[in-house]
Ligand binder design. Structure first.
Ligand SMILES: Cc1cc2nc3c(=O)[nH]c(=O)nc-3n(C[C@H](O)[C@H](O)[C@H](O)COP(=O)(O)OP(=O)(O)OC[C@H]3O[C@@H](n4cnc5c(N)ncnc54)[C@H](O)[C@@H]3O)c2cc1C
Length: 475
């Protein structure tokens, strides 16, 4: 019987397989790229020059207002006191200004920088512009729910309707080309249940095939869950099944990674979706957060599982967005910090996981796919270099790059101009619905270290050039 083994066991099992066997699909260290790679110089000098990402011309497509807005927003994000308290400040401003007044301030500024819009027309306008710049959309419904915030089955069904609408919008418009979308499982499954499942995974083994049967409508009794939890889990799996059925062969669904206290459950569910929907291609992808000390082990375990269960495997590779809270929780609970001790360690982890995936892709590009989801120029250069060394097509579809809307456009636009496949993660919704997302973006700008500083410099240079051009009339 195939089973979703406990993380430590599975990892051990996988390492044994790695060291010991020679079955036809056995993953050797060489195949995975864990053997030391060759040089890391960019071999094409023209490409190497472009990938310094120092050309402010990347911003020539932006209006003066957009340049000013980006500069203003990034400047605000550079004040720790504002960023650390932005949630409270925004709630205060909303109370003082009222819903309409607050929206009038936020909409043309922070909201317009990071969010595509609210109505389908507004979203289409943003997407058409993006598409004309050679960028692909990755729509994201910014539903953020944490422990104790659940408001019942009805709310999850409403979220399902929103997600299905997102699937439809992603593939049925003129601007949709090879569309992707992001999915937060906690929008469809109670986060408290995800935490419970995560702790059960330390004791119980969940069989991926059983989860697939539950998705198909079979009434399964899951060990360790009470009746109410079991019913909710079955309803949730039906919801996720509907997303899979609506998106397969049309939209790639990238499941977000969240907190370590629920990620194992999210991965379990995602793997079951992969098992059902990734038979002929990677339509469901999982996210791996490289700031976690265990990220490499988790990625290796998942690759093994995909081989054992014969499904295609798509990976969104990120550094991770919840560092402060993860560390705070570990401290409070007197647990080992799950996050690498420094940014440099996280970088090594990121580039190591990237190498593993790129090596697999170079051998089986139809089976493995990755989105290098980062604003980090060094990681982008690393990916481009390895792609060149391994002979991976830049527009072959197996490797693409991803940045968030409103962040590091100099990286996205330069890559797109060079013919790489680039996605922008595009949240949409009302000001109120996107507030928690905006707070997180502000905080992220604080930790996205070099990229934003450089983007600000380039924005300034482009602004000066435009002003000079207007004054002197010279081009
Ligand atoms: C398309 C897309 C999708 C995303 N989806 C997800 C998702 O599903 N889940 C998720 O968690 N995040 C997600 N993110 C956010 C991502 O995890 C990062 O927070 C963000 O991209 C910043 O990392 P970077 O590699 O771009 O930038 P960098 O500036 O290179 O790195 C900043 C990151 O490094 C890490 N870091 C910073 N300081 C330290 C330190 N002292 N010690 C250890 N590590 C440190 C943190 O992860 C921080 O966010 C996504 C990002 C993109 C672009």
């Amino acid at each position: 019987m195939s089973s979703f083994l406990r993380p430590p066991l599975l990892h051990h099992f996988f390492m044994v397989r790695l060291l010991g066997t020679a079955a036809s699909r056995t993953l050797t260290a060489e195949r995975l790229g864990t053997a030391s790679p060759g040089g890391h110089d960019l071999r094409d000098p023209a490409l190497a020059a472009v990938l310094t990402f120092e050309d402010p011309q990347a911003f020539k497509v932006k209006s003066i207002w957009e340049l000013l807005r980006a500069l203003g927003v990034f400047r605000l994000c550079s004040f720790p006191v504002l960023v650390n308290n932005c949630g409270k400040l925004m709630s205060f401003a909303r109370t003082v200004l009222g819903k309409r007044g607050f929206s009038m301030v936020l909409r043309p500024s922070v909201y317009a920088q990071f969010v595509a819009g609210e109505t389908e027309n507004e979203i289409a306008e943003s997407m058409e512009k993006m598409s004309s710049l050679g960028l692909h959309p990755m729509l994201a419904v910014p539903i953020e729910e944490d422990l104790g915030e659940s408001t019942g089955e009805r709310r999850y069904d409403d979220n399902l309707a929103t997600m299905l609408e997102c699937v439809r919008m992603s593939h049925s418009n003129a601007w949709s080309r090879d569309p992707m979308m992001q999915l937060k499982i906690t929008a469809l499954v109670n986060p408290d249940l995800c935490v419970k499942l995560t702790s059960l995974l330390n004791e119980e083994q969940y069989d991926l095939d059983v989860l697939v049967r539950a998705m198909n409508g079979e009434h399964i009794i899951f060990p360790g869950l009470n009746e109410k939890e079991n019913t909710h889990f079955l309803c949730s799996l039906h919801r996720l099944n509907q997303i899979g059925e609506a998106s397969v062969n049309k939209v790639r669904v990238l499941v977000d990674a969240e907190y370590t206290y629920m990620n194992p459950a999210l991965s379990l569910i995602t793997m079951a979706m992969m098992k059902k929907f990734n038979k002929d291609g990677a339509w469901i992808w999982n996210t791996y957060q490289c700031y976690l000390k265990e990220s490499r082990a988790l990625l290796l375990d998942a690759i093994r599982l995909s081989v054992d269960h014969s499904f295609c495997f798509g990976v969104k590779l990120v550094r991770g967005a919840y560092m402060d809270k993860e560390r705070k929780l570990a401290l409070q609970k007197d647990k080992t910090d799950p996050i690498h001790q420094s940014w440099e360690h996280t970088n090594d982890s990121y580039n190591g996981c990237l190498d593993i995936m790129l090596n697999l892709i170079s051998q089986e590009p139809a089976r493995y796919m990755i989105i290098v989801a980062t604003h980090n120029e060094e990681s982008v250069r690393h990916a481009v270099t390895r792609m060149g060394e391994l002979g991976i097509d830049k527009d072959g579809g197996s490797v693409c790059f991803g940045q968030l809307l409103g962040m590091c456009d100099h990286v996205s636009l330069t890559l797109a101009q060079q013919g790489f496949s680039v996605y922008k993660s595009v949240p949409y919704g009302s000001v109120d619905d996107t507030l928690p997302y905006l707070v997180r973006r502000a905080q992220e700008n604080r930790t996205v270290l070099q990229g934003i500083r450089k983007e600000r410099d380039l924005l300034r240079q482009e602004l000066h050039r435009r002003i000079k051009e207007r004054i002197t009339g010279a081009r």
